[in-house]
Design a binder for this molecule. Structure first.
Ligand code: GDP
Ligand code: MG
Length: 757
């Protein structure tokens, strides 16, 4: 099967094209650096099937980061039958810089000028004949988004792939020409493929090339002595870059013919500049971002979200006790969309469990173990998890909208200024924000970071950006706390917990970047993508991906774990059914329980206190297990416990039967957020980190979660009715330790600087 590779600058539309050619649903994002791994798919509309590879975006073939190396190596080593070079028509000249380098490789190249719909809208025209003539390769105008001309593109690429193509360079400098010629001969002598490409890269002082062909370096060094460019001296890399840009502007300045209509575009651009001035403002930008985030959380989690407490009191009685009451409002205020959906799922699931348990009881007789197994073990665990799907989807719908409109890229831009203070570049923001979805792709995305230490630090804090799977823990326990301890607002707790996660991440990064993971953050170059309305299709793709992943996990790993938990909590070591206190699970839980005493859910708890320890352990397999475990155990503790009224009934049972205090319950949430992430994330971290770093990373997570959760427990205990006598001194010690650490780091830093100076 022939293989075509898609190459181009970040954000030029490669993945959109890839999805539309292959029918895949890879993640399209309106910011650079979304695709960091190559992806394969198949195009079926030609006489022969074609394998298509979506490569990470690159600005040049001299790579700085590991994702860029992926693209370069693929083109050089895997020798695709054709490279489709995608160019953003709205940014033609900058995009052509990469093209001049691709053309130097001995591979058929077809240039696809994308985003023609935008050009058309502006009334501009592209002279593709000019491009074709000067570049010497086929040029096709397309719109990946509107699927325009894709067939033509593939046909021309198919044709091109049938002929061999020799690399061509646009560099015409006479002296350089001789050197290139000599090097090409030398490379050919060494039987190296793509001699022209390697020759030029060696002259450019490309890091990879210099390492690979050290023997030929003297030729370049000799030559360097002979040149003295007026502007660049003997910096050949700069001289060559300059020549490429000159070539582009000399030839293609007039490739786009701007129309009269353009005034309109300018007005629009002005408008977008004005919006940017506000959204990326040092102070307002941040405030707006915080406000938007809060609104998003409010719309997702809060009952009573319109603050209309009381307004519906007059209407409400007529519905009291009816199905609508639980669904749409709480205490006379309207529920947020997320909560309405959640309630809807919840009611349906309880209905199903009731029906099944009723049917089984009448068939098998009251209290049969199989009824317990199916209803309490399998169904309640499963539904406890599936019930959270709506809220997760609502939250990610908002995130996707922020991303697709181009707003998230602005956020990366404002945060870069702050990140720099902590020793990270704004690029690190992208994997972090992805961490709110799932740590696995987020960790893979750290490949966009050039500095290895920055990468390690980022991977370690990604789990602190609480992922979708941790959401059920938050919602259920926050709900439970509100109900048992009469707290006013669930979303305030969930929002604060997200803030705690982010704060821990910042503190950890600060410490690491000043101690074990020192280094320079690479400069952050990212142009802001254009604002556009969110694309319905790409939103749906995001949500579908999320839902699919979640449902698959619920029916496989989580289902399996709940079954195991049910057995372990219903059987004793003698493999006979036993009371829960004598079950296998209880004995394991009791054994590790003391560990969590400083965190507020250890030895101080009564009777069933070990369930928290057990839940935390099952969470290591998948974070959804924490609540699934509660659900299974709740059914054992309270016989005849049914369903998940408002999704928090399990948490309420746990709180009431263990005597946990509210600071302890909140510390439990924090512990799960900060501790070792799920199996999948650990495996990814291990794969992405250099050898020997992983074990320290695990240790880091354990330490962070114990310190973080115990700090929160102690701190909150000061406000709790049942203040522990030791909470205040311990909290003071913690704060003192924190302050001392920061001071020490400052001192250490100064000493280092003094040493360098
Ligand atoms: P990649 O980084 O090169 O993979 O680019 P993506 O495929 O992720 O697309 C980046 C952004 O450009 C997304 O917001 C797309 O919706 C948008 N986009 C891609 N192709 C087109 C196009 O032909 N026209 C328009 N108007 N937008 C496009
Ligand atoms: Mg992409």
């Amino acid at each position: 099967m022939k293989r075509f590779a898609l190459a181009g600058n970040p954000n030029c539309g490669k993945t959109t094209l890839f999805n539309n050619l292959t029918g895949s649903t890879a993640h399209v994002g309106n910011w650079p650096g979304v695709t960091v791994e190559k992806k394969d798919g198949v195009y079926k509309k030609l006489e022969e099937q074609i394998s298509i590879v979506d490569l990470p975006g690159i600005y040049s073939l001299s790579p700085y980061t590991s994702e860029e190396v992926v693209s370069r190596n693929y083109i050089l080593d895997e020798k695709p039958d054709c490279v489709i070079n995608i160019i953003d028509a709205t940014n033609l000249e900058r995009n052509l810089y990469l093209t001049t380098q691709l053309l130097e490789i001995d591979v058929p190249v077809v240039v696809a000028v994308n985003m023609m719909d935008l050009l058309d809208k502006a009334g501009d025209q592209l002279n593709e004949k000019l491009l074709e003539e000067k570049l010497g390769v086929p040029v096709v105008k397309i719109s990946a988004l509107e699927e325009e001309n894709l067939k033509t593109l593939m046909e021309r690429a198919y044709e091109a792939s049938k002929k061999e193509r020799k690399g061509q360079s646009v560099l015409k400098n006479k002296d350089l020409h001789h050197l290139v010629g000599d090097l090409v001969i030398a490379f050919k002598g060494k039987k190296v493929d793509n001699p022209l490409f390697h020759a030029i890269k060696l002259i450019e002082n490309d890091e990879i090339e210099v390492k690979m062909h050290e023997d030929l370096l003297p030729m370049v060094t000799e030559f360097k002595k002979t040149i003295h460019d007026q502007t660049f001296g003997d910096d050949i890399e700069a001289i060559i870059a300059d020549e490429r840009y000159n070539y582009i502007s000399d030839n293609f300045k007039n490739a786009i013919i701007h129309s009269e209509l353009n005034e309109e575009v300018k007005v629009k651009e002005n408008k977008s500049d004005k919006i940017d001035k506000v959204l990326t403002h040092k102070v307002f930008g941040l405030l707006i971002f915080a406000a938007i985030l809060f609104l998003v959380f409010h719309l997702t989690f809060s009952e009573n979200f319109l603050f209309l407490g009381g307004l519906f009191k007059d209407v409400a009685p007529s519905f009291e006790g009816s199905i609508y009451e639980g669904l749409f409002w709480t205490d006379g205020g309207i529920n947020s969309p997320g909560v309405i959906l959640f309630n809807f799922f919840d009611m349906s699931f309880s209905g199903i469990i009731d029906a099944v348990s009723g049917a089984m009881s009448s068939g098998l007789g009251e209290g049969h173990w199989l009824t317990g197994f199916i209803c309490d073990g399998v169904l309640s665990g499963l539904f406890a998890i599936l019930g959270f799907l709506p809220q997760i989807l609502v939250l990610f719908l908002f995130f996707s909208i922020m991303e697709d409109t181009g707003y998230m890229a602005r956020v990366a831009f404002i945060l870069d200024r702050i990140f720099r203070k902590f020793g990270l570049s704004g690029r690190a923001f992208i994997p972090m924000i992805m961490g709110f979805g799932c740590s696995v792709p987020a960790m893979v995305n750290t490949r966009t970071l050039a500095d290895e230490h920055e990468k390690v630090a980022t991977i370690r804090v990604i789990p602190f950006f609480s992922c979708g799977a941790k959401l059920p823990i938050l919602i259920a326990i926050a709900g439970g706390v509100c109900e048992v301890f009469n707290f006013p607002s669930v979303d305030l707790i969930t929002y604060s917990m997200y803030v705690v996660g982010v704060a821990t991440a910042i503190i950890s990064v600060l410490i690491m970047r000043h101690s074990t993971q020192r280094g320079e953050a690479a400069p952050f170059i990212m142009e802001l993508p254009q604002y556009h309305l969110p694309q319905f299709k790409s939103l749906m793709i995001h949500l579908w991906d999320k839902a699919k992943h979640f449902v698959k996990k619920a029916f496989t790993i989580i289902l399996a774990s709940t079954i195991v938990i049910w057995f372990l909590s219903n059987f004793g070591w003698d493999w006979k059914m036993a009371e829960m206190e004598d079950s296998i699970l209880a004995s394991i839980g009791k054994f590790i329980q003391p560990l969590f005493t400083p965190l507020g859910f250890g030895s101080q708890l009564s009777a069933f206190g070990w369930v928290f320890a057990v839940a935390a352990i099952t969470g290591l397999i998948a974070k959804e297990n924490v609540i699934a475990t509660f659900s299974v155990l709740a059914a054992v503790i309270v016989s005849g416990f049914e369903g998940t009224e408002e999704g928090v009934a399990e948490a309420v049972i746990m709180i009431q039967n263990t005597g946990i205090t509210w600071p302890g319950a909140i510390a439990f949430i924090a512990f799960n957020m900060l501790t070792i992430p799920c199996f999948a994330a650990c495996a990814t971290a291990k794969a992405e980190l250099q050898k020997g770093t992983f074990k320290w990373t695990i240790l880091f997570w354990i330490v962070a979660s114990f310190i973080g959760a115990s700090f929160i427990y102690c701190f909150l205990s000061m406000f709790s009715v049942d203040t522990l006598a030791w909470a205040i001194p311990v909290t003071v010690v913690f704060i003192a330790l924190g302050v001392l650490t920061v001071f020490y780091l400052r001192y250490y830093e100064r000493k280092q600087d003094a040493k360098h100076a």
